[in-house]
Design a protein around this ligand. Structure first.
Ligand code: GAL
Length: 929
């Protein structure tokens, strides 16, 4: 046994960043505990229980008048002017300073919640005397909340709208996410819980949470994206009535995107013996990995909440997991027992390791398999088991090389990644595992192998999914440090909370094999403050290194240059847009905004020992199925009225040539990556459209930058990425659609995305010529095609041989609807979803590509329609509505099962003058997956 050894960072010969592999998040499960994302695993009877608190909540928006602002976390600065429509790359401004000294603030009682994440114990916050809010009616045990809204978690209080059509709210998605919200629920604490430690674990609450139990303020956590815990033990009465009340206070002007509002992730009641594994208290690393053998090192952090010191014996067994997360057979290894003495009300850590022969390595498909293991840690005192804890993990090696990029288990993996925000489109911020899984499945279908969590820690279940599916992850913590992007964003609390928030993310997520890089910031204003900003960056880097020396750090730069101290502070150079250059075209001459020549060579030269990643590329903008003329003859262009954009309809052309002013089309990004092959790869901004930040039309509700629209329908770009990222998949894709009444005889350019290298285009059987991709060309374009109705067909070739073909036909008048579910069998658990697509077809069954009839959705059987959408960024119909227009021939209904009710669900879509259609979905108790 070794005490608290720090795994060593090994520098390769070329100075590359190299380490042993690592690991997955730890969750304990026992009793009804369940490891979402990896199936249910029952630990042997454990003294630990993890009880889901999803059910049984009452919700109310707002404070009673006499209490308005009396329970705020801190004094909140007045916002004189909202900052909607602000360009993403505007320089962040100085922080707003908060006047100190108001007595009506909760901050001194909330800060102690984060103590376990402050390394220097002398800086731990001492809870002041007093009980703020003790007289508030909503925290009282006997308060009658029967008129409050019953809710089930995860809950996003804003997603149903209504949308705010006026005012500067586009940036935050035009949905009322801000304000105060209260949640109340009883806790089941039987007499038998006397003597146990009891914790409330929140996976995420948006935001500025404060928790009362039985009228006593317990603590809270301001940052809305982190997971956190409060200790309920001193406040509950075993055997009595235990009333939980949580107040959230989500600020306006606090985000550049839609944050959501409420208890939007899961909540848990965790019960342990006084001696137990600490919160996120295991850390599994694999410092040596080869095909023959791997060292598995398990560090266990033990809390002793009791008044006497305790000697604890710890043993960890290792089991292999199958694809669903179930254990395969007997244990594959057992780490020799170790013992540790834990002082009263203290913590101690021990580390032990074992060598596992012929390990099944974790790695990204298609060339590798995401094999996982679980470490089962048992704590005993004098022969009696006091805790059991399960830590899923993976064995892999990871190396970032300045010249060849990312290597997993020795194989070079070119990063083909996307950025994603946390919302799930029409479902809002409320996390749903199936909705997230569907997103990842679509991205994988496109060929993506990596996700950047822009710009905050995700729901823990999302990382269980990326582990299971073998996607590589950049886990990111902040979008702002001390300087502000929006008036009430995280900068207000950065100085008080950055360490706790960063360490919380690191401890929660460091066992996930999918996480390969820690990002401590995105385009922060400290890029501009020279040594001062770099020093903050270095401090965050050091914290990351203390918590997890096995992975490199980074912070994304859209401005800092190689000769600035900021860039030197981190292990990996993450560039947003700068790689291919920003606003380099002549039309940007003289503009005030960032204008930067291509930066890859400069950074590569200045940092010969650091890998370079393009953490944001493209930000190409388009609306699915909208084609505007004339079509630019450039490879990449900004959006302007009449040139890719239409400010009246607020739509952007899907020829996929137009980008934000500081971005580029995918083609231009591909070329710059191919010119600089040492760059480790890219993360496209963004995989999916998201709520808010609707550049360039801030009157809209959602973004235009997704490769896939908000409803989950691929835009044309999907196939451009697929043609590159799955180069061996024979495919060809044509655009635009070929239904243009009134355009007869007019030039209607046709572009083809194919994994072939050559193609021939035909209009009604007549060749328009055969074209070959030139060097650094990624699409084939026939810009002189004259439209005539009929058939448009392409035949693609590779190495001179027929490789793939595609065709599209002019559609007739809309005649009928088609309804199809993405899954026809779902689980009757009240969470599982089927995504039901409605297509508007002509008599021949061809998609009517511009049809927008008003659709009415009906549902029968044990299911409910939780949301509808169509991917139109300008559609202000509430997502909760069962009526909406199709957008360019498509619409979506999201159907959810009802817990415990099995049977057939029928979803029907109707529209005036069109034949209706329906789809059936079986809701099953235990569907096969
Ligand atoms: C980047 C920023 C992202 C997003 C994007 C929009 O500068 O990091 O959060 O705003 O621009 O194109």
């Amino acid at each position: 046994m070794t005490l608290w050894p720090v795994p060593r960072r090994i520098l390769g010969a070329a100075g590359s960043w190299r380490n042993g592999g690592c690991l997955a998040f730890s969750t304990l499960l026992a009793g009804i505990g369940m490891l979402a994302g990896s199936g249910t695993m029952t630990a042997d009877a454990s003294p630990r229980e993890r009880v889901s608190l999803e059910e049984g909540w009452r919700f109310h928006k707002g404070d009673p008048e006499d209490f308005a602002a009396r329970l705020n976390y801190d004094v909140r600065p007045e916002v004189a002017r909202s900052a909607d429509g602000k360009e993403a790359d505007t320089r962040p401004e100085q922080a707003i300073r908060i006047p100190a000294g108001s007595k009506d603030v909760l901050k001194p009682w909330i800060l102690p919640t984060g103590n376990a994440f402050l390394r220097d114990k002398t800086r731990w916050h001492v809870r002041p005397p007093g009980n703020p809010g003790g007289d508030h009616p909503f925290v009282q045990t006997d308060f009658n909340d029967s008129t409050w809204q019953p809710v089930t978690l995860p809950h996003d209080w804003a997603i149903a709208g209504p949308f705010l059509s006026d005012g500067p709210y586009g940036g935050m998605g035009r949905l009322p996410s801000w304000g105060i919200g209260w949640y109340r629920r009883k806790l089941d604490i039987p007499v038998s819980d006397r003597g146990r430690s009891l914790f409330l674990d929140i996976d995420g609450a948006m935001s500025y949470s404060a928790v009362w139990v039985n009228g006593k303020l317990v603590g809270g956590w301001p940052y809305g994206y982190n997971s956190w815990r409060v200790d309920l033990t001193p406040y509950v009465v075993p055997g009595g009535v235990n009333q939980l009340a949580i107040r959230l206070d989500n600020p306006p002007d606090s985000a550049r995107w839609y944050p959501g509002g409420g208890l939007y992730r899961n909540a848990w009641l965790t019960k342990t013996q006084p001696v137990h594994v600490a919160q996120w208290g295991t850390y599994v690393t694999t410092p040596q990995v080869s095909k023959q053998a791997a060292t598995v090192q398990v560090q266990v952090s033990v809390d002793n909440d009791a008044a006497a010191s305790a000697k604890v014996d710890i043993v960890t067994a290792i089991h292999a997991l199958d694809e669903t997360g179930a254990k395969i057979g007997a244990e594959v290894a057992r780490i020799a027992p170790v013992s540790v003495q834990v002082d009263a009300r203290d913590n101690a850590r021990v580390t032990a390791s074992i060598i596992l022969s012929r390990p099944r390595l974790w790695g990204p498909p298609p060339t590798q398999k995401p094999n996982r293991y679980v470490a089962l840690t048992t704590l005993s005192r004098e022969g009696e088991v006091v805790d059991r804890y399960e830590t899923p993990f993976g064995i892999r090696s990871l190396r970032f090389d300045p010249n060849t990029g990312v290597h997993v288990n020795g194989e070079r993996i070119v990063i083909q990644g996307v950025n994603n925000h946390h919302d799930l489109g029409a479902l809002g911020a409320a996390f749903n595992r199936r909705a997230a899984e569907r997103q990842l499945e679509m991205l994988r279908e496109m060929g993506a192998n990596a996700i950047r969590m822009a710009h905050n820690p995700p729901d823990p279940q999302l990382l269980e999914l990326t582990d299971r599916m073998g996607l590589l992850v950049v886990d990111e913590i902040f979008d702002s440090w001390e300087t502000k992007k929006t008036p009430l964003d995280f900068h207000l609390i950065f100085s008080d909370w950055h360490e706790q928030d960063l360490r919380a993310m690191l401890r929660r997520d460091r066992n996930h094999p999918s996480v390969v890089l820690w990002s401590v910031g995105n385009e922060v204003g400290e890029q501009y403050t020279d040594k001062e900003g770099a020093a903050i960056g270095r401090r965050l880097h050091d914290i990351a290194r203390e918590e997890d020396p096995t992975r490199p750090t980074t912070a994304s730069m859209n401005w800092a240059k190689p000769d600035m101290p900021f860039a030197a502070a981190f292990d990996v150079v993450n560039l947003n847009y700068q790689g291919e250059g920003i606003r380099q075209d002549l039309e940007f001459e003289g503009t005030e905004r960032i204008r930067t020549p291509p930066q890859y060579p400069g950074f590569h030269q200045a940092f010969p020992d650091k890998a370079i990643l393009s953490s944001e590329t493209a930000s190409t903008l388009s609306s699915r199925g909208v084609y505007l003329f004339p079509v630019s003859d450039k490879v990449s262009a900004p959006v302007r009225d009449g040139r890719g954009g239409d400010s009246k309809t607020r739509q952007v052309s899907a020829y996929e040539l137009h980008a934000v002013d500081f971005g580029s089309s995918p083609d231009k990004v591909f070329a710059s990556l191919d010119h600089h092959p040492y760059v480790a790869g890219e993360f496209v901004w963004t995989g999916f459209d998201y709520l808010g930040e609707p550049t360039p039309y801030y009157e809209a509700r959602s973004s235009y930058s997704g490769i896939i629209d908000l409803a989950g329908f691929p835009k044309d770009r999907f196939y451009l990425y697929q043609s590159r990222w799955r180069a061996d998949l024979p495919m060809a894709h044509l655009l635009p659609h070929w239904t243009w009444p009134g355009r007869e005889g007019q030039i209607t350019p046709v572009h083809v995305f194919t994994s072939g290298d050559e193609a021939e285009l035909f209009v009604n059987g007549q060749s328009q010529g055969r074209k070959k991709k030139g060097p650094f060309e990624y699409r084939l374009r026939w810009d002189e095609v004259v439209y005539q109705p009929g058939e448009l067909r392409v035949q693609a070739y590779r190495d001179g041989k027929l490789w793939a073909s595609a065709e599209t036909h002019t559609a007739g008048a809309p005649a009928r609807l088609e309804v199809a579910a993405d899954r026809n069998v779902i689980r009757a658990d009240g969470k599982d979803l089927s995504f039901v697509t409605v297509r508007v077809l002509d008599e021949q069954g061809r998609l009517a590509p511009t049809a927008d009839p008003r659709l009415r959705f009906r549902i029968d059987g044990p299911g409910e329609i939780v949301a509808t959408d169509n991917g139109d960024p300008t559609d202000m119909t509430s997502f909760a509505s069962h009526e909406r227009n199709a957008f360019n021939g498509l619409s979506l209904a999201v159907v959810r099962s009802v817990p415990g009710r099995t049977g057939t669900i029928t979803v029907r879509a109707e529209a005036d003058s069109l034949r209706s259609a329906s789809a059936s979905i079986k809701s099953d108790a235990e569907p096969a997956r």
